[in-house]
Design a binder for this molecule. Structure first.
Ligand code: TYD
Ligand code: MG
Length: 455
């Protein structure tokens, strides 16, 4: 007879746990988010001797850091997001919508990883044959890559114990289960127990574990936030399915910064990394048409040029529609108000749509000026010159404010052969300006419209 299981209720949203069920989480106030959680009987976990003796106190000066071993994944874009490669003994969660390319990415990195040790690719989603067919198409091969189509995590762990791989990939955490746990795969209890077991494997054997997780409709990894708390690194693979570009973003990283992104393109031969994202984001850009303006955003330490498009159209209803994709909706509405009140554009009776090309998400005030110019350009039906970039934050009085890393942004624009950069007057007087680009320093939105929109 199995040991009596302890029942708790855990909030899927914030990880709050309680002995009784509530309709609304007392901690984060979300509704219907408390799910039953049964702790697995203690016997389910295999006992291993940890690689590091428990509880030894060391002076911080004496702790050796040189043994933080990192492995190249074969994609420098992924390595950068990880903080310089996959760290030995770490567990990395890769989340994304179905069909975005998580399995493809995992299969492709097997090739490079296998140069540093055995790789075990365990999939609960596809058969070994399906994986092989895809691997053939992606050109992934090698004796050191083993494939296991299995949903029983205990069997996966058994195989891992016997073959001792340096890298274990589990695709996906929602499809695997531990038989001792007594809950269906994908259930909160299962997800937590499976991740715990994988975490133990990573810490005890020093293997790097990659876990794939699907996201729910809110765009978060299905399962509780506690899953994110448990792992070392959480990466999100984003993009629109109809668009070939994919962006890999770190939401959490114990071994590096979280503001680096990796840019990929899905081709018929698999994922290819984009070393020059600015070029990719600007490809196919229309020239000499109203409603588009280029800006430079910082993604981590890298400047990337992005195209912001806007369409202002006469509204056929009393209540004009506003839509923003890639920029914050409230920010777009605020900029519309500034245009109307400070620059005198009568936008009140018009629908306005703003979109960032290439699936890029721009959440920086530095993109304000380009958004404003794209909107005004569409409204006036006059283009912004194709050789112009616009960088600057717009304040509520219509003033232009300085932004961070302006030199890097201008340098990227110059590298991409732009000839003019509209930027704030304040803080740009003593900048080193690269050859071939001219700074147009303006103080207000009105000045910027006069300088940038062809008339
Ligand atoms: P997949 O890696 O299966 O997504 P996930 O594991 O995140 O659910 O990616 C599937 C999509 O990628 C599918 O729609 C087909 C496309 N794809 C390509 O375009 N080229 C390729 O070489 C591969 C392997 C997939
Ligand atoms: Mg998949």
């Amino acid at each position: 007879m199995a040991q009596k299981q302890k029942v708790a209720y855990v909030c899927e949203n914030c990880g709050y746990d309680s002995v009784r069920w509530y309709g609304q989480c007392p901690s984060c106030k979300s509704w219907d988010s408390l799910k039953e959680f049964r702790e697995a009987p203690a016997t389910a976990a295999p006992v291993r001797t940890p690689a590091v003796p428990a509880g030894r106190v060391q002076s911080i000066d004496e702790i050796a850091t040189d043994d933080e071993l990192r492995f190249a994944t074969g994609f420098s874009e992924l390595d950068r997001v990880l903080g310089g490669g996959a760290v030995r003994g770490s567990i990395v969660l890769i989340g994304g919508e179905p069909g975005i390319g998580k399995s493809t990415l995992m299969l492709q990195i097997c090739h490079s990883l296998s140069r540093n040790g055995g790789v075990l690719y365990a999939s609960g989603e596809e058969s070994a044959r399906q994986i092989k067919l895809r691997a053939d198409r992606l050109g992934v091969r090698g004796r050191d890559i083993s494939v296991l189509a299995e949903t029983n995590l205990d069997r996966i762990l058994d195989v891992a114990e016997k073959t001792n791989p340096a890298f274990l990939i589990v695709d996906s955490v929602q499809t695997v289960y531990r038989p001792g746990v007594g809950a269906a795969p994908g259930n909160l209890t299962q997800i937590k127990e499976c991740t715990m077991a994988l975490l133990r494997l990573a810490k005890d054997t020093g293997a790097v574990v990659f876990v794939v997780g699907h996201v729910n409709k809110e765009g978060e990894i299905a399962g509780p936030k506690i899953l994110e708390h448990m792992v070392d690194c959480v990466l999100y693979f984003e993009g629109e399915k109809q668009n070939a570009y994919r962006i890999l973003r770190a939401a959490k990283n114990r071994f590096g910064s979280t503001n680096e992104i990796g840019v990929f393109e899905m081709r018929d031969t698999g994922l290819a990394e984009i070393a020059n994202p600015s070029e990719a984001m600007l490809a196919g850009r229309p020239a000499g048409v109203p409603g588009t303006c280029i800006t430079a955003v910082m993604e981590g330490t890298r400047p990337i040029l992005a195209e912001i498009q806007a369409l202002v159209a006469r509204s056929s209803f009393g209540n004009p529609r506003r839509m923003a994709s890639g920029v914050d909706y409230n920010r777009a509405v605020l900029l519309l108000a500034v245009l109307e009140n400070r620059a005198g554009l009568m936008l009140g009776g018009s629908d306005a749509y703003v979109n960032v090309i290439g699936g890029l998400k721009v959440d920086e005030p530095a993109a304000d000026l380009a958004t404003v110019l794209a909107l005004a350009s569409s409204f006036r039906d006059r283009p912004v010159s194709a050789e112009t970039v616009a960088i600057g934050e717009v304040g509520l009085t219509g003033e232009l404010r300085r932004v961070s890393a302006i030199e890097q942004r201008i340098a990227e624009a110059a590298r991409m052969k732009f000839r003019r950069c509209v930027c704030p007057d304040f803080g740009t007087a003593s900048l080193r300006v690269p050859e071939g680009i001219e700074l147009i320093r303006v103080r207000s939105v009105t000045d910027a419209l006069a300088a940038a929109i062809e008339g």
